[in-house]
Design a protein around this ligand. Sequence first.
Ligand SMILES: [Zn+2]
Length: 364
Amino acid sequence: MADIEQLARDARADLEAATTVADLEAAKIKHLGKSGPLVLLLRNIKDLPPEQRGPVGKGGNIARKELEAFAADKGAQLADAELDVRLRREVVDVSLPPRAMPQGTLHVLTQTRRLLEDIFLGMGYQVIDAPEVESEWYGFTALNTPVGHPARNPSDTFYIEGRDQGAGANDDALILRTQTSTAQLRTMQKSTPPLYVVHPGRVYRRDDIDATHSDMFHQMEALAIHEGLTLADLKGTIEQFLATLFGGRLEVRLRTHFFPFTEPSVEADVQCFSCRGTGDPLPGDEDSERCRVCRGEGWIEIMGAGMVDPNVLGMVEGYDPDKVTGFAFGIGIDRVAMLRHDFPDLRLLFQNDLRFVRQFPGRP
Ligand SMILES: [Zn+2]
């Protein structure tokens, strides 16, 4: 009997000492759980001398019931108290003004890409996608770029695998594409003429010598293939595109150039949209003697272009160079953003400095 009294006192002391619901649960398990000493005593009552079984059983059960009732009461009190504390801590003051949620915007590059896409969609072009990691075949061979061309050198182009220094072409080697023109052959293989597509995307070159260059930048390639397309169609398309981009018709001039995959190839200049070709500074700009955008030239280099080389057309079934002709041009998306928003350093586009990014609050 002394045993039961001692066990009950110990249990009661632990239950009383509990200050949280969790502490109380632990004390309950310790003293009143399946392995609690009081429970074990009652379970093993048959091992006691017969004359003790009655009193121990009775006393033990009373003690257990009292302790359980005490624990239930105390548990309810502790739970109430803890709820009170939580309610006081988590109270919401509905009279406070809400904290403003920061609102994101589209990056100026995304805004520019979408603008360019919109212009071409309006002219009936489709926007297509193509891989950035490309085989040497799509990257160079299919674009009529001969083995030994400087662009195929690992000092100019990032090779991912398959290129032995000094070896010849390996059409299966993998590169990071150096221009979005790599989409040309892929698109032609998937569809038949007439074809009017634009492809915006990232391109990579080992080239970060100054503020106007970066190892990675963005281009948009336009490709049109149809019966009877001529250089005049190319010029008309460029004029229409630039008029929409810069707001108002501007002169376009074509200068002869060379690209391996177009023949003839041209560089297109557009009349400066700021000074409208005069080269003069904007009215009121007393700090400059000449137009800041074109540096007084009156013209801005805007893109490389040309008629798709018949050799390129001939590489794909269904494109007979005697029946269809095409034109292609590539424009720097970053450069268009710099021109439209007048900032000098291409790298600003990639540094994600919020002071810069927030100056172009495009809608999300
Ligand atoms: Zn100008």
